[in-house]
Design a protein around this ligand. Structure first.
Ligand code: NAP
Ligand code: HSE
Length: 426
């Protein structure tokens, strides 16, 4: 049986998952592709470190040249993370005619175009299924199974850490800091969870999804985004009372010739397919003009779920090694007719804390009206205390109009503070 030789760059959570699945499912894999996948080298920083998989010590190296200069190695699987070294090593590997698999959303979202171009020039494949949604096969679904569709909408809960935090706040009544700590103790959140809780991780993933679904490149830093750090248990309680769940949502929606896109914590109606996605699970909701509505749901992170997606890509590449198959066009950015309008219009939830006295509501509603913000409902939940929460749900409004109204409301006598503003998805 032909043997495909592979090098892993990185042997952490995902690298060890790939190694273990390859060992555990060896027979299934070999019978499926009629080839053997052999890991020849693994790049790490620390050879002595304890690992989540038992690789022979002589397989480990700290020198990238042991990999890129080895003519026997057909495929390099980048599982280091970050951009600097991962980008540098990936380029050298491609120039040395190695096929590439990666789980690195930051790298693909930031430099995917250049890498793809280089891969095509060098006649090698690059695949990145695990970069979005961990074990969920979203990239291959969009690029292969749904290739005949025009995609109209993608909505995703695609960050396990933040979904875990919001679920704990909702179901256990935890406050934000305790929920972050529990996410870290449970191994979901990283020691530094900033990229997750500030929405950056989701912006990387949404940039990749827009690229494959709409053929449009929007760099992650141009995606309007907000994290979950300002969400309080009170907001989650009000959401429940009003028939919603709070989720960090990545959205890209066609509206006529416009494409709206954003990453924002949002109120989702309780019967929306994404409202029931809990804890570290991810889900992506797609509307295609032929297939209709589709929901992919699964583990968005973790050693073997992510390893499963990485191996799927490795097997696809292994199948074409030794054949005449030539990689197709690079990531095609052909959605040029769409106007990229960012967050567009939406209903919003506004939570204010005010003094409970006559005339306050009138002043606030007239400030909304002055800035063209139309109100759908107003709720004051408690009475009898000096200060009370006041909740508004608006009709569709541009965020700019809402922000102008809020600026005026902030300075209104009796308004103590603006607690939060959240998008409401319909
Ligand atoms: P990790 O546990 O931190 O492992 C990173 C590995 O890369 C470690 O083995 C580390 O070596 C090695 N490494 C890092 N920098 C290196 C360098 N300059 N030279 C040599 N080796 C280096 O990370 P991970 O969680 O497996 O994530 C890997 C990639 O998968 C990232 O791009 C991440 O975004 C993506 N991803 C992860 C998940 C997940 O659930 N963890 C899910 C989806 C996608 P040492 O062990 O010697 O320090
Ligand atoms: N930090 C990411 C998450 C890992 O929490 O979803 C998967 O990309």
């Amino acid at each position: 049986m032909e043997s495909i030789k592979v090098a892993l760059l990185g042997f952490g959570v995902v690298g060890s998952g790939v190694f273990n699945i390859l060992q555990d499912n060896k027979e299934k894999i070999e019978s499926h592709i009629q080839k053997r996948i052999e890991i020849k080298k693994i790049l790490v920083r620390d050879i002595e470190k304890a690992r989540g998989a038992n690789a022979p010590k002589e397989m480990l190296t700290k020198d990238i040249n042991d990999i890129v200069n080895d003519p026997e190695i057909d495929m390099v699987v980048e599982l280091m993370g970050g951009i600097g070294k991962a980008y540098e090593y990936m380029k050298i590997a491609i120039e040395n005619k190695k096929h590439i698999v990666t789980a690195n959303k930051a790298l693909i979202a930031t430099h995917g175009d250049e890498i793809y171009k280089l891969a095509v020039e060098n006649g090698v494949q690059i695949r990145y299924e695990a970069s979005v949604g961990g074990g969920i096969p979203i990239i291959n679904t969009l690029t292969q199974s749904l290739a005949a569709n025009n995609v109209d909408e993608i909505l995703g809960v695609i960050n396990g850490t933040t979904n875990f935090i919001l679920t704990q706040m909702d179901e256990q009544g935890m406050d934000f800091d305790d929920a972050v700590k529990l996410a870290q103790d449970s191994g979901f959140a990283e020691a530094d969870p900033t990229s997750d809780i500030e929405g950056e991780d989701v912006a990387f993933k949404l940039s990749i999804l827009m690229s494959v679904a709409f053929g449009i490149k929007v760099p992650p830093h141009k995606i309007p985004r907000e994290g979950i750090t300002k969400i309080s248990s009170k907001d989650i309680e009000f959401a429940n009372q009003l028939g919603y769940k709070v989720k960090l949502v990545a959205a890209a929606k066609k509206k006529g010739d416009d494409l709206e896109f954003h990453v924002q914590p949002s109120f989702l109606p309780i019967d929306h397919p994404l409202a029931s996605i809990k804890n570290e699970f991810n889900a992506v909701f797609i509307k295609g003009n032929a297939v209709g509505e589709l929901l992919l749901h699964g583990k968005g992170a973790g050693s073997t779920p992510t390893g499963s997606a990485v191996l799927g890509d490795m097997l696809e590449i292994a199948k074409i090694i030794g054949t005449n198959y030539k990689p197709g066009a690079p990531l095609v950015h052909n959605g040029g007719d769409l106007n990229l309008i960012g967050e567009g219009v939406s209903p919003y939830y506004v939570h204010l804390h005010v003094e409970d006295k006559p005339g306050v509501l009138g002043k606030i509603t007239s400030a909304f009206g002055k800035h063209n913000v139309s109100l759908k409902s107003v709720i004051q939940r408690s009475r009898g205390e000096k200060t009370v929460p006041l909740i508004f749900i608006t009709y569709d409004t541009p965020r700019k109009d809402l922000d102008d109204a809020i600026e005026e409301i902030k300075n209104t006598d009796a308004v103590i503070r603006v607690e939060s503003i959240l998008r409401v998805e319909s």
